[in-house]
Each structure stands twice: as C-alpha cells, then as structure tokens.
Unconditional design. Structure first.
Length: 419
C-alpha cells in the first residue's frame, strides 16, 4: 500500500496544472464572430406580426450564413433563444434552422433565459467552440410577441359553469415575477426607489433613447446590421419590404411627461414611455473557432473575449447586470475603463440608469444609438441584438461590453473586441 501511495503522489502533483484557469485558457480555442445580422424590429401587431418567431429566426439565420460566405452544410450546430414558445410548434430553434434551408442533420437547441436568451445562446455556442466540440456554429434569438396566444388554464379539466378567465401568455410567461406575483415593472419601481431615480430622470433617458435611435436610423448607422424582411399581406395586395425598425417612429414627445405611471398608481415613476415595448424580431451570428476562420478564409468582425452570468434576488433583476459585467470583464482580462462601447438592455429606463450608476459608466458610451425603450424589446431576440450591434460598431482594437438583465434576478454579459 505504501508503494502505491508513493506512485500516486506524483500523479496528483501533475494533475494540478490541468485544473488551473490559466491552463484552460491557454488550451481553449479563440472564438470569432464572422457575421452578425438581425431583422428590423416590428411593433406589437405591426409590420412583422404575420410572421411567427421561427420564421423570423430563419430569416436571420439564412442571412447570417450568407454574409459569412459559407455553405449551410458547414454549420455544425445552432442555438436560438426564444421565450414565449406557446403556439410556435415543436422545437422553435429546429424550425428556424430548417426553414433557413440548413441541412436536416444539424443539431439545434432552443434556449430560454427570458430576456437574456439570445445572449446566452451566443455564450453557449462560444463555449462549444472554445472546447473544440464544434468549429462553426450559429446562435441568436427570436420572438414574435404579436403571436403569443392567450391561455385557458382550467379548460383542460373542464370549464364547468359560468365565465372563465383568459390569461395573456405574454404577461404570464414573459413579464411576471413569479416569486412576488407581480409584473416586472413593479421590480423596476423598486429599483427606482432604492436607487433614487425619479420620473423626470427616467423620462429624460427615454427621450434621449428615441433621439439616438432616430439619428442612427436616419444616418444609416443601423442599416448595415439589418436584413430587410419581405411581408406578403395576401388578398392580392403587393408585398411590403420592411427595412427599418418600426417602434421609434411612433413617439410623441409632448405626451411623455403626461403619461400615468403603469405599475404604481400613487407616486409611481415607470410609464409606457420610459419602459420598453412589446415587439417582434430575430437576430443571428455565425461563430467560428480560430482554426475554422483560417480554414474557410472568413473575415472576422469581432473576437469574443469573455462572458459571464450572475444572479441576485428576483426583485432586483434590473440591477443584475452590475454583477454580471464585472465577472465578464474579469474573464476577458479587460478593465472597465478600457471599454469603448457599452450596450445595456433598456428593459426600463431605470435599468440603464441604475447600472450606469453602479458600474460608474458614462452615458456617452452607453447605448449610443438608442436601445430597447425606443427600438423595441422582442425578449428572446434582444440579447443577441446587443451583440450584433457591437460587432458592427466596434473598430479594430476597440472593446465592447453588452449586458442584459432577465426575469428571476439574473443577467448575462459578454465582452468582445473589434477586428
């Protein structure tokens, strides 16, 4: 036995470097974004409302693969975020992949991390590439909030006598804090109170978001990231090509200060104007390992440096990015002061206000081309949209960090470098 213990001791010593993070990083593949695109974001019951989420996802995937300059058969796996899946049919990510005319042999996974689903899909795909299990993957997110059905929970066991309640699937599965049994807007009100952000500050942030989105659209800044969608109205009507985001054009600035608080009637600060809207859209990126980039000759747009998730009390989900971002920056080996562009999802205006305060980040570098308050928030898509936008905006050597909170108290964050 003593002899066996002596033999085991060197083996234990040799195993230590294999468990170190430094060794894992040294052995991991580098991951690159080689294409990134999205559909325009449609308003609720608006221009894209006739298209189910998987079809929107297919549109983004097809365009991303084409822009990457590869054949669909070279894609080895697909992850797509989708939150409100009821009524979409089996395996939404699989549908999106096959409707994009990719081979039937490609494995597909649908990811649901609420609003962070699209970003988490990119993170999961990146992990697979880093580990070497795949070389070329597609990831992104999709949502058609216009097509989410209503539920009749008691119908399964028989409705019985009298009127019955119909439940809105958007609110129930997408926008309700199940632990406190109230709308997530109530969490935003709590954040506003705890971190001392009043109505005027939130309205001012929202107005700026709309102005930035308008300027970015009119200046063709967003055009390069958008793949137009052709919609067929039917009944002999001509096809309509949707080329730009729909939501921000609807704003009426003079009405913003006059709107009532939605979630807290007395002394509330969160309104329909300083919160994000219900929307439809999809986004996708093609990711490659460094080996695949060299082999295919693809041109990398950005390199993924690091990412992380974090979580806290469900009521504090609006400030969860303040916990996820430092972890992502640490994993990326980047200091906050070296980040050139920030994207923090505007679920509510107070989300970005609070996280800028907690992270010590200037609004001059955050959501410089607008965000979800003005552009819209298709919840399964939004996390991927942030990454798509950074990939297009970062110049060579610039660093971008994107983060998005999600219901239940969580957040995801990712750090990329422009190529």
């Amino acid at each position: 036995m003593a002899a066996l213990l002596k033999l085991a001791q060197p083996l234990r010593s040799c195993s230590r470097p294999f468990s170190s993070s430094a060794f894992r990083l040294a052995m991991a593949n580098e991951v690159f974004i080689v294409s990134a695109t999205r559909t325009p974001i449609g308003s609720f019951q608006g221009a894209l409302s006739s298209i189910p989420a998987p079809r929107l996802g297919a549109h983004a995937i097809r365009s991303a693969v084409a822009q990457a300059g590869i054949d669909g058969a070279q894609v080895q796996e697909v992850y797509m975020g989708n939150v409100l899946q009821a009524g979409s049919g089996q395996a939404p990510a699989r549908q999106a992949t096959l409707y994009a005319d990719l081979p039937k042999t490609i494995p597909c996974t649908t990811v649901n991390k609420v609003c962070a689903s699209g970003m988490k899909s990119i993170m999961l795909a990146s992990q697979g590439l880093k580990c070497g299990s795949q070389d070329i993957m597609v990831a992104g997110g999709m949502e058609s909030m216009s097509n989410v059905p209503y539920y009749m929970p008691k119908a399964r066991n028989g409705l019985g006598y009298g009127d019955q309640k119909v439940v809105d699937g958007i609110v129930f599965d997408g926008l309700t804090d199940v632990y406190n049994e109230f709308h997530m807007g109530c969490c935003a009100e709590n954040t506003a109170k705890v971190h001392s952000f009043g109505r005027e500050e939130q309205d001012a942030f929202a107005i700026e978001s709309y102005k930035r989105s308008e300027a970015a659209t009119d200046g063709a800044v967003l055009k390069k990231e958008i793949t137009p969608v052709t919609v067929s109205p039917g009944r002999g009507k001509p096809d309509v090509v949707v080329e730009e985001d729909e939501e921000f054009r609807k704003v009426k600035f003079d009405k913003i200060p006059k709107l009532r608080a939605v979630f807290q009637p007395v002394d509330g600060t969160v309104t329909a104007a300083n919160a994000s809207t219900l929307n439809d859209g999809a986004a996708a990126v093609v990711l490659m390992s460094d080996g695949a980039v060299a082999k295919t000759g693809a041109k990398a747009m950005a390199k993924i440096l690091g990412f992380a998730d974090a979580a806290m009390d469900p009521i504090d989900f609006p400030i969860a990015p303040s916990a996820a971002v430092p972890l992502a920056l640490k994993n990326a080996g980047v200091k906050a002061e070296n980040v050139d562009l920030w994207e923090i999802n505007e679920a509510f205006s107070v989300v970005v206000l609070a996280n800028m305060k907690l992270l010590g980040v200037s609004h001059d570098k955050v959501n410089v081309h607008g965000g979800a308050v003005s552009l819209g928030h298709p919840i399964g898509m939004s996390g991927a949209r942030l990454v798509v936008h950074l990939a297009h905006q970062l110049k060579k050597g610039q660093i971008g960090c994107a983060s998005i909170c999600n219901g239940g108290g969580g957040a995801s964050a990712i750090v990329i470098e422009g190529m």
